[in-house]
Write a new protein. Structure first.
Lengths: 118, 118
C-alpha cells in the first residue's frame, strides 16, 4: 500500500526478515529452516551489530511462501528479496545493500520466483 | 533504505508482521505473545482470506523490540505500526488500512514509542 504524507518516519531504516519456517522432513516444498536459515539469521544479526550498522533490525519470520527459492530474506521498506545460503552471502548483502544502498543482483529473487499454484 | 528504479515490483502489496515473541513470565518488558498476539495473528490471517484481500500476507515475526507498546504489528512497504489488542481492532485495520488504504490513527504507534535505552 502507498505511504501517506502523515505517516510517521520509518522506525527502522532497514527491517530484515529471515524466513525460519520449518516443515516436516520430506515436504515437497521444503523449508527455509532445513536449509540453515536459523544460523544465517543469527549470523546476520551478529554481523550487523559488529559492523555498527545503525537503524537496522534483523528478525525471524514465519513462512514467507517462497520456500522453493529460500532461504528467503526480505528487506523492507524497499521490499527486496534475496536467497541467502552462506555467511559470505550474508556479508555481501550487509555490505552492498545495507551499508552502500545497492543490490546483490545475483542473489535477488525475481517476480517469476513464484510458489506452486494452489 | 530507498528503492531503486531497477527493483522488481513488490511481491506482496501488503506484508503484515505480527510480533509473536514470548518472554519468561515476569520479564520487565513483557512480550506480545503474553498479550495474545498469536491468536490475533491467526484471526487476521483468517479474516484477510475471508474478506478476499488480494496481495496480502500476514506473518509471525520475532521480537520487533516495541514490546511495551504491543501487541505490535507492522505493515510494509509503508512501515506503519499498530498496537492491536482485539479482534475488533484487527477488523478495523483490515478494512480501513488494508482495503481502503487509510490509517487507524488511534491504534498507530508513534516515533516516541521507544524501547528502554540500553
Amino acid at each position: 500500500m502507498p505511504t501517506l504524507p502523515t505517516d510517521p518516519a520509518p522506525f527502522y531504516q532497514a527491517h530484515v526478515f529471515v524466513c525460519t519456517n520449518r516443515r516436516m522432513d520430506g515436504h515437497p516444498r521444503g523449508c527455509c529452516a532445513s536449509k540453515g536459515s536459523e544460523k544465517l539469521r543469527d549470523y546476520m544479526k551478529a554481523r550487523a551489530k559488529e559492523l555498527g550498522i545503525k537503524g537496522i533490525r534483523v528478525n525471524s519470520a514465519g513462512c514467507l511462501d517462497r520456500c522453493e527459492f529460500g532461504p528467503a530474506v526480505v528487506i523492507y521498506p524497499e521490499g527486496v528479496w534475496y536467497k541467502v545460503n552462506t555467511r559470505e552471502e550474508v556479508d555481501e548483502i550487509l555490505h552492498r545493500h545495507l551499508i552502500e544502498g545497492g543490490r546483490v543482483e545475483n542473489l535477488m529473487l525475481q517476480p517469476t520466483d513464484l510458489p506452486p499454484k494452489k
